[in-house]
Design a protein around this ligand. Structure first.
Ligand code: PMP
Length: 355
């Protein structure tokens, strides 16, 4: 090892899902939305005058923050925006989790949380989900901790936690910041945004990547009280003032303004999810009652690894995690009806031939 390597900040990075280049793949592995973004987004791109890119962007991304403020009825001073919710979450870890006590999050959850904790040298403890893959409220109460992160719905399980239970966790930990990661909330969950005015330790994080079909654009945002957002911005401006570029901010604002399109596409994803649940149940799969744009499914007679590989050979990509407790589950993103029908038809044929 070279001498300089001793001082390298060594980390084990997060592993994103595969992004195959081939167009003929049925891609159900990264929870993307199967529908295009709102028509206004395309209009912004078409009418783009590249000349505007000569200037730095507005560091406050006011066009986007204003659109969010209007849509969610939250004052602008209570909104933070970033390059995907990954950026918002990473900034939040850096800003708020600076104590000696461990931060808490579930053992089965978004696998970026422990990566950020390791990167920033934040002590953490994972709280095991129960046998039904549910978050136990009591695991987050009555003990000193440095902060809490709860994804709702959780990933990769899709399970939603009742808002009243979440409120107990937020109210029971007034001395630390509680982050609710709502990446999938628009697909049928109940948002904690309504709690923001009542709790000064609450940060609610959302994204344009799933319900607004803009994963490639990278837009995330958070709601919290004014003081909390000010602290977040102070850290952001100490790191990179221009996280949100001019084009992205304009496209994000267009996506937010088109509520009709948003409701229509989210409604279609939910309907397809519920139909797919029926189909998979018929084939003998077991799964959590997902409120997200994916299912977390297991078959009692065929291992998830085998199915994952057979599906991949067929050009159908789903996500498989070779991790304790979840290594017999497939996480299947909800695509179009047609894509899900192709998935179900293949599984039916495969299980028929191999069981
Ligand atoms: N939170 C959760 C629970 C997620 O699954 C994801 C998507 N990988 C994110 C946050 C980050 O999404 P993005 O950075 O695209 O907003």
């Amino acid at each position: 090892m070279a001498a300089w390597e001793e001082n390298v900040r060594k980390v084990t990075p997060y592993t994103p899902g595969e992004q195959p280049g081939r167009a003929d793949i049925i891609k159900l592995n990264t929870n993307e939305n199967p529908y295009p973004p709102a028509p206004g987004v395309t209009r912004v791109l078409r009418e783009l005058d590249a000349g505007i890119l000569r200037r730095y962007p507005d560091p406050t991304a006011d066009v986007l923050v204003s659109a969010l403020s209007e849509y969610y009825h939250v004052p602008k001073q209570q909104i933070f925006v970033g390059v995907g919710s990954d950026d918002v979450l990473a900034m939040s870890f850096l800003t708020f989790f600076n104590g000696k006590n461990p931060i808490l999050f579930p053992d089965i959850t978004y696998s970026f949380y422990d990566v950020w904790a390791e990167l920033y040298r934040i002590p953490y403890e994972c709280q095991p989900l129960d046998g039904q893959f549910e978050i136990r409220t009591e695991d987050y109460l009555g003990r000193p901790c440095g902060g809490i992160v709860i994804p709702n719905p959780n990933a990769p399980t899709g399970a939603e936690k009742d808002l009243a239970e979440l409120e107990k966790i937020i109210a029971g930990n007034p001395g630390v910041i509680v982050i609710i990661d709502e990446a999938y909330i628009d697909f049928g969950g109940k948002s904690a945004i309504s709690l923001v005015p009542r709790y000064d330790n609450l940060l609610v994080v959302q994204t344009f990547s799933k319900s607004r079909s803009l994963a490639g654009m990278r837009i995330g945002y958070a709601f919290g009280n004014e003081k909390l957002i000010k602290y977040l911005n102070d850290v952001k401006y100490s790191f990179n003032s221009y996280t949100m570029n001019t084009v992205t901010a304009a496209m994000g604002a267009e996506a937010i303004r088109d509520d009709g399109y948003f409701r229509e596409t989210v409604g279609k994803v939910i309907a397809t999810r519920e139909r797919t649940k029926e189909d998979l149940r018929r084939l003998g799969f077991r799964f959590t009652d997902s409120k997200a744009n994916f299912l977390f499914a297991s078959h009692p007679k065929c291992t998830a690894k085998e199915l994952f590989e057979a599906l991949k050979k067929e050009g159908i990509y789903v996500r498989y995690f070779a991790k304790p407790r979840i290594d017999n589950y497939l996480r299947i993103s909800i695509g179009t009806d047609q894509e899900m029908e192709a998935l179900v038809a293949f599984l039916e044929k495969y299980l028929g031939e191999n069981l």
